[in-house]
Design a protein around this ligand. Structure first.
Ligand SMILES: [Ca+2]
Ligand SMILES: [Ca+2]
Length: 182
């Protein structure tokens, strides 16, 4: 939690709770001007916001990074959302150098609790979300693929949680803004 609190301490932290989108927009405009750019951007129907993270991390670290920001590793509900995330990340592979997985993007599902039972990071069955697997996936390779990713082709993979870094996207429901203040 420290980093998000720290950011707030560093700037004129909004002390109010958000009640409407208009108020939210006003607060963001003020805070962006004061200490950092807006990083969470709304989707088309304004129900959710997303933040693309440009520093590659393991799934486990990506998960924690989103938690710290009071959001969650993106849960893909449908093809439209899959396209949105893949198309948002894809151009960054050329832009961001380094040794990380440039074909997968960590997303919010896993089978850490029971092998082969995939859940979203909100605890729902993956069957309730977008569940188009790539051919041969999930394969639990080396008995170690317990975390979720989507390929640049828009298909799901299981992959290791701790030893492969990817770019990732945090997601936040707009309704969360009312209580998070972040
Ligand atoms: Ca597994
Ligand atoms: Ca796999």
């Amino acid at each position: 939690m420290w980093s998000s609190r720290l950011e707030h301490r560093n700037g004129p932290a909004p002390s109010v709770q958000y009640h409407t989108l208009t108020e939210y927009g006003r607060e963001i405009a003020v805070s962006a001007a004061a200490f950092r750019p807006v990083t969470y951007k709304p989707n088309g129907d304004l129900t959710r916001c997303y933040k693309i993270h440009k520093e590659p991390k393991t799934w486990a670290d990506a998960y924690m990074t989103c938690e710290v920001e009071k959001s969650y590793l993106a849960i893909i509900d449908d093809k439209e959302e899959a396209d949105f995330i893949v198309n948002g990340i894809k151009p960054l592979f050329d832009e961001i150098p380094g040794n990380y997985n440039k074909t997968l993007i960590s997303v919010g599902f896993h089978d850490k609790f029971k092998e082969g039972i995939f859940l979203t990071v909100k605890g729902k069955s993956l069957n309730t979300a977008y569940n188009i697997w790539a051919a041969g996936q999930p394969d639990d390779e080396f008995g170690n693929d317990d975390c979720g990713a989507i390929s640049v082709r828009g298909q799901l993979h299981d992959m290791p949680c701790d030893n492969q870094r990817t770019l990732f996207v945090c997601e936040r429901d707009i309704s969360q803004l009312k209580s998070s203040g972040a």
